[in-house]
Design a protein around this ligand. Structure first.
Ligand SMILES: Cc1ncc(COP(=O)(O)O)c(C=O)c1O
Length: 382
């Protein structure tokens, strides 16, 4: 038996030019002054919150299997966090996963099995796993510009007409990695409406939602069909706990039950320990207030970094959420930075845009001016 999915994915991941999920090359990178590479918010949890985590873990006398679908307390805390009106909440529509990546993979894999998805519209530049998974499944990828769609959702109609192969799936990711593009709720509603009109499956990857404005979500779109339009979410970025590994997939209750059964075939359940901690963090007023401060710091640091890069002659294509997305300049065109230091950041190749790079500015204690000096110095050396 050969499994083309596994074989193709492995071939992509181990190809000589593959970069996905490879640790930073220390020989080339060494120790850097500013590590702006990994796409997560890096802010230490407040001391009080750490004590609370210690307390709830100490109280966990029964570390037994959880329900394969997830703990009810976490499903409820999550629906509260999204802001679903009380009368439309339904814990059975929330599958708890080991992070947003697993939720996204399950969503794509499930929708492809529903059939008639010869092609999928995917944001480009965009998060590399979507490309890897679709490629492994033999699904044609039709790239679209996430900045253009955010600005004019009606473009989707034209792209559907223009597509050589009819797309059956639309992947959206707002706020977007790596461009930071964001849509308004009206824009999201329109995207879902057009998708519904054209019979598209949708995966709305909202792992950066709290870093956008006003908690925009496909869950609020009036035309959302829970059996066809899935939402992927995660605690990783939103609560600055990427290592906790707790994510969510929102869909129709019957589909969530099927996915829970499928998931239980390889992973039994999501850790009860991490589910308990995630519930605490989602429910905590202290965490809510602290995250408000974190978001304000990220937004202000990002604005300063983007402006300073522009001043130095680096073209900032866009910025939003955790990210600043830039075109890679000609190093010779950059002015020298005395004692600029070094920075690590993400080349655009994995996102499908090799002549670009992404900075993640969400770092506690970031000195935006010093970080920009280090970025420009590093660009000049390459
Ligand atoms: C667009 C997008 N979706 C999903 C994820 C996965 O997040 P998690 O750490 O929760 O698996 C990421 C992480 O970088 C991401 O950028």
């Amino acid at each position: 038996v050969t499994d083309p999915y596994f074989a193709r994915l492995l071939a992509s991941l181990t190809a000589p030019d593959a970069g996905y999920a490879r640790p930073a090359d220390d020989a080339a990178g060494g120790v850097v002054d500013w590590d702006l590479e990994v796409g997560e918010a890096r802010y230490p949890l407040p001391v009080d919150v750490r004590s609370d985590i210690g307390r709830v873990v100490a109280e966990l006398g029964r570390v037994w299997y959880s329900s394969p679908v997830g703990e009810a307390a976490l499903q409820n805390a999550y629906q509260d966090h999204v802001g679903l009106p009380v009368d439309s909440r339904c814990p059975a529509q929330v599958l708890v996963t080991a992070g947003g990546k697993e939720a996204a993979w399950l969503a794509v894999r499930y929708l492809l099995h529903r059939g008639e998805v010869a092609a999928a519209l995917v944001p480009s530049p965009g998060w590399e796993p979507y490309r890897l998974w679709l490629q492994a499944a033999g699904c044609v990828r039709i790239p679209y510009d996430p900045l253009a769609l955010a600005e004019a959702p009606m473009l989707l109609r034209q792209w559907l007409i223009d597509a050589a192969v009819r797309p059956g799936l639309l992947i959206v990711n707002y706020p977007h990695n790596p461009t930071g593009a964001a849509v308004s709720q009206a824009g999201m509603d329109e995207i879902v409406q057009i998708a519904a009109e054209h019979g598209l499956f949708v995966v709305s990857d909202e792992v950066y939602r709290v870093f956008g404005q006003d908690g925009v979500s496909a869950v609020f779109a009036p035309d959302r069909d829970l059996a066809r339009h899935f939402v992927v979410d995660s605690c990783s970025k939103a609560l600055t706990v990427a290592g906790l590994r707790v994510g969510f997939l929102l869909a129709d209750a019957g589909i969530v039950a099927d996915l829970a059964a499928f998931r239980a075939a390889y992973a039994s359940c999501t850790s009860v320990l991490t589910q308990r901690v995630a519930t605490l963090l989602l429910d905590s007023d202290v965490v809510r207030a602290w995250l408000g401060e974190v978001r304000a710091a990220v937004n202000s640091d990002r604005e300063v970094v983007a402006a300073a890069l522009t001043d130095r002659g680096v073209q900032v294509v866009s910025h939003g959420g955790l990210y600043v997305w830039c075109r890679t300049p000609d190093p010779a065109a950059l002015a020298e930075v005395p004692q600029g230091g070094s920075a690590r950041f993400t080349p655009g190749g994995g996102f499908g845009a090799p002549d670009h790079f992404r900075l993640c500015v969400a770092r506690a204690g970031l000195d935006p001016a010093a970080a920009v000096d280090a970025v420009v110095s590093t660009l000049r050396r390459h």
